[in-house]
Design a protein around this ligand. Structure first.
Ligand code: NDP
Length: 268
C-alpha cells in the first residue's frame, strides 16, 4: 500500500465525483498501483491543501467545482489551454517539483465526439450555456473548424463576456433563422431544475445531434425535449471518461483504454 501512487480529486462538494471510480479502473487496466481519493476542500483551504498534497508526495490532482479557476494560483506553469481558459482541471508535477496546471475538458469532448463519429469540422454548432463547462470546451471546438460556432445563454451579459474573451475564435451569438443546427451541445444545468426548453425549434430536425454535458439521470429532461426532434442523443459520460483519461495521460504518459469503464453510479 505504501508504494501506491497518490492521486486525488478536490472539490466542494465532492461526494458525487466519479473520478475515483474511473481512475481506479485506469490503474487496474494499466497495472499502475494508484491510490486515488476524493478530498473535500473548501475555498479557504485550497492553496494550503494543494501545497501540502504535492509536498507530501502527491503525484497528481483533478480539480472540480468550485476550484477550477482558483487552483491556478498554486501552479508554477500553465498550459497554453489554461492560459486561454483561465481555468484548469488537472494538476501535475514535473521533475523540478513545479506544479503544472492543465485542462482536459475540451479535448475530452472532442475525443468523445470522435469516438461517436460526431463531426464538428464544417458543421454548424450551437452551445447552450455560458458557465464554466461552456467556456472550457469552446476553444477545443473552435480548433476543429466548424462552419459556425454559436452560443446562447439565459443571461445575455455572459454571452457578451464570452464573445470578448474568445474574440479570436470566431464565436458568434445564436442567429435565429432557418439555418439548421448540426450539433447542439447543452452546457447548461437548466434540466436539473425541471423540464428543459429552448426556443430554437425552427433550426432543429431529425439530423440534429443533441449532446448533453450532463450525464445519467441528469440528462433525462434534456433528452425528453430533444426526442421531439431527433433520435441522435448523447450524454456527457463519454466526455467525463475521456477528460479523465487525458488527465491520466498527463500524469503517466499513457492513454488508458476507455472502452470498458463501468460507472455503475453515474446517475447524479
Ligand atoms: P455553471 O454553473 O458554471 O453554468 C450553468 C449554466 O447553466 C449557465 O449558463 C446558466 O445560465 C445555465 N442555467 C442554469 N439554470 C438554467 C435555467 N433554468 N435555464 C436556462 N439556463 C440555465 O455550470 P457548469 O458550466 O460547470 O456545468 C454545466 C453542466 O455541464 C453541468 O450539468 C455539469 O454537470 C456538466 N459538466 C459535464 C462535464 C463532463 O465531463 N461531462 C464537465 C463539466 C461540466 P445563466 O448564465 O443564465 O445563469
Amino acid at each position: 500500500m505504501g508504494n501506491q501512487i497518490k492521486l486525488g480529486v478536490i472539490g466542494d462538494p465532492i461526494d458525487h465525483s466519479m473520478s475515483p471510480l474511473i481512475h481506479s479502473q485506469f490503474g487496474e487496466a494499466t497495472g499502475l498501483e494508484i491510490d486515488f481519493r476524493s478530498f473535500h476542500v473548501v475555498e479557504r483551504d485550497l492553496d494550503k491543501f494543494i501545497e501540502s498534497f504535492f509536498a507530501d508526495g502527491g503525484y497528481g490532482l483533478n480539480v472540480t467545482l468550485p476550484h477550477k479557476l482558483n487552483c491556478i494560483r498554486s501552479a508554477d506553469i500553465l498550459s497554453s489551454e489554461v492560459e486561454l481558459l483561465g481555468a484548469a482541471n488537472t494538476l501535475s508535477k514535473n521533475s523540478n517539483n513545479q506544479i503544472i496546471a492543465s485542462s482536459t475538458d475540451g479535448i475530452g469532448l472532442i475525443r468523445d465526439c470522435s469516438d461517436k463519429n460526431i463531426e464538428i469540422s464544417n458543421k454548424r454548432i450551437l452551445i447552450l450555456g455560458a458557465g464554466g463547462a461552456s467556456q472550457s470546451i469552446i476553444p477545443a471546438i473552435a480548433r476543429m473548424n466548424p462552419t459556425k460556432l454559436m452560443i446562447d445563454n439565459r443571461s445575455p451579459d455572459k454571452i457578451e463576456h464570452l464573445l470578448k474573451k474568445y474574440s479570436s475564435l470566431g464565436l458568434q451569438t445564436l442567429q435565429h433563422n432557418n439555418e439548421p443546427i448540426d450539433l447542439l451541445i447543452n452546457a447548461t444545468s437548466a434540466a436539473l431544475s425541471g423540464s428543459f426548453n429552448w426556443n430554437i425549434q425552427n433550426q432543429l430536425n431529425e439530423e440534429t445531434i443533441f449532446y448533453d454535458l450532463s450525464y445519467g439521470k441528469a440528462s433525462a429532461n434534456f433528452f425528453s425535449w430533444a426526442s421531439q426532434f431527433s433520435k441522435n442523443r448523447f450524454d456527457g459520460t463519454g466526455m467525463l471518461i475521456a477528460q479523465a483519461a487525458f488527465s491520466f495521460q498527463l500524469w503517466f504518459d499513457t492513454f488508458p483504454d476507455t472502452s470498458n469503464i463501468k460507472l455503475s453510479n453515474a446517475d447524479d
